[in-house]
Ligand binder design. Structure first.
Ligand SMILES: Cc1cc2nc3c(=O)[nH]c(=O)nc-3n(C[C@H](O)[C@H](O)[C@H](O)COP(=O)(O)OP(=O)(O)OC[C@H]3O[C@@H](n4cnc5c(N)ncnc54)[C@H](O)[C@@H]3O)c2cc1C
Length: 422
């Protein structure tokens, strides 16, 4: 084992989206900081409270925990959850994978941090579901007799949704409570500019190691310039409908690993709003909402969740959905949300957002990168954690866990079994 002499040079987390903030918090709670006194600096040009921006996917997300991990993709399954098929080494890293961490947090503090437990129903045009869904509490395969035409298979289970700004603000509060953390707002054009005076004046000295959590920024960040990183544009509409407490997704065609086919989703949030989506336009950098996308999203959302339009209370006291009596039915048998009905839903709209999912051909890049040699001769180690596409929220804690393991090994502070507590 390398000599674990603590370096006075800090660890820099680059990026303050869900990936950067969970990574930073996980580092702060690890022996790197609690035993070896490393300081963690977080540097980003966009922070959660700055509002929506093209280079900031985390606020645009739904966000629900609904893994896309293929049955054979044990790496992604480990980040999203933990899989029985993992090797013991990977299982250790995934022990605190995202669903379990978020679920435990919800059990501890309820909806205060923006987490909401929901019943989730999936409709699929193809006859199978991802195996990882079976790990969710209350998993059931729905009776095929009652499926809408065009739907071959449906499952329901318990999952979580997240109000992004509330959860990100909660993470920031936890981070700020640590004495050995510093936060900076700055743009880093290139990893080699870590030695340039404006950046050095913020950090005090060049970092010992950088964790690159720049999302879509990794396409343009000098020293990384990853040509495999590209945007998958997503248009979501936010309506106020606090009576909707169940999530729905409809997948037409193959998911194809992550972003295949047509996907429609209804994501209720703890704050009473419901996110309706979505679009998946590969390689499209345009962040302006379009009328066509909005109309398409509203129509499709209404098809899978007619309860969005509240009709009134039934004799048993339960809410009864607008029946859509007399409305045309879609060719797939779902009630077709056309005519005045989607217009009524549009009237309930409180916001609409276009975000760019930081997708990467080849999947998430979570590995040790090439070190950077600065002008003054100092070497900065690099660990990458980017390219989470449409799955950053659901894999954040699992990925952060792996990053800590890599950073500890790189800095010679690998304590083996001495693992940090979340
Ligand atoms: C419409 C939509 C719906 C989604 N729904 C879900 C969902 O339901 N579930 C789910 O798990 N995921 C979902 N996602 C995906 C999820 O939002 C992303 O995977 C996640 O937000 C990526 O987080 P990140 O921290 O890597 O990137 P970002 O949130 O984009 O943050 C990147 C950070 O890096 C900083 N940065 C970049 N370059 C530089 C630089 N050169 N110098 C300084 N700072 C820099 C930025 O300022 C920012 O702070 C959705 C995404 C979209 C767009």
């Amino acid at each position: 084992m390398p000599n674990p002499t603590p370096s006075p040079r800090p660890i820099l987390v680059l990026g303050a989206g869900i990936i950067g903030l969970t990574t930073a918090l996980r580092l702060l709670r690890s022996p790197l900081c609690t035993t070896y006194s490393y300081t963690v600096h977080i540097l980003a040009d966009h922070w959660p409270t700055d509002g929506h921006a093209a280079g900031y996917a985390s606020l645009a997300a739904g966000a629900h925990h609904l893994s896309f991990a293929d049955d054979a993709d044990s790496r992604q399954r480990g980040w999203d959850w933990k899989s029985e098929s993992l090797s013991s080494r990977t299982r250790r890293a995934a022990d605190r994978a995202a669903f379990e961490t978020l679920y435990a947090e919800w059990e501890r503090v309820g909806e205060e941090t923006g987490l909401m437990r929901i019943k989730q129903t999936e409709y699929m045009s193809e006859g199978t579901h991802l195996k990882i869904y079976e790990q969710h509490p209350d998993f059931v395969v729905n009776d095929p007799t009652f499926l809408p035409a065009g739907i071959a298979h449906s499952v329901s289970f318990t999952s979580l949704t997240i109000t992004p700004l509330t959860y990100l603000a909660h993470l920031l509060r936890l981070i700020r409570a640590h004495p050995n953390v510093r936060l900076h707002r700055a743009h880093l054009p290139s990893l080699s500019s870590l030695s340039c005076p404006p950046i050095l004046s913020l950090l005090g000295q060049p970092p010992a190691l950088v964790v690159n959590c720049t999302g879509i920024g990794s396409a343009s960040l000098g020293g990384v310039s990853d040509t495999q990183v590209h945007p998958v544009r997503g248009h979501v509409v936010l309506v106020r409908a606090p009576w909707v407490k169940e999530g729905f997704t409809r997948q037409i065609g193959s998911l194809n690993g992550a972003e295949g086919g047509e996907r429609t989703y209804v994501i209720p949030r703890a704050d009473g709003t419901v996110v309706l989506g979505g679009t998946r336009q590969v390689g499209d950098w345009d962040t302006a909402p379009t009328k066509e996308d909005r109309e398409g999203v509203l129509r499709r959302a209404l098809e899978i969740c007619p309860e969005l339009l509240r009709a009134g209370t039934g004799s048993d006291g339960k809410m009864v959905a607008d029946s859509g009596e007399g409305e045309e039915r879609g060719r797939d048998g779902f009630r077709n949300g056309n005519g005045r009905r989607w217009k009524r839903l549009e009237g309930m709209m409180v916001d609409e957002v276009v975000g760019l999912r930081p997708q990467r051909y080849g999947g998430i890049r979570l590995e040790v990168g090439e070190s950077v040699k600065l002008d003054d001769g100092k070497e900065v180690k690099v660990v990458h954690n980017y390219g989470h596409g449409g799955a950053g929220w659901q894999s954040c804690w699992g990925c952060a866990e792996d990053v800590v393991r890599l950073v500890q090994a790189e800095l010679g502070t690998d304590l083996g079994s001495a693992r940090a507590k979340l």
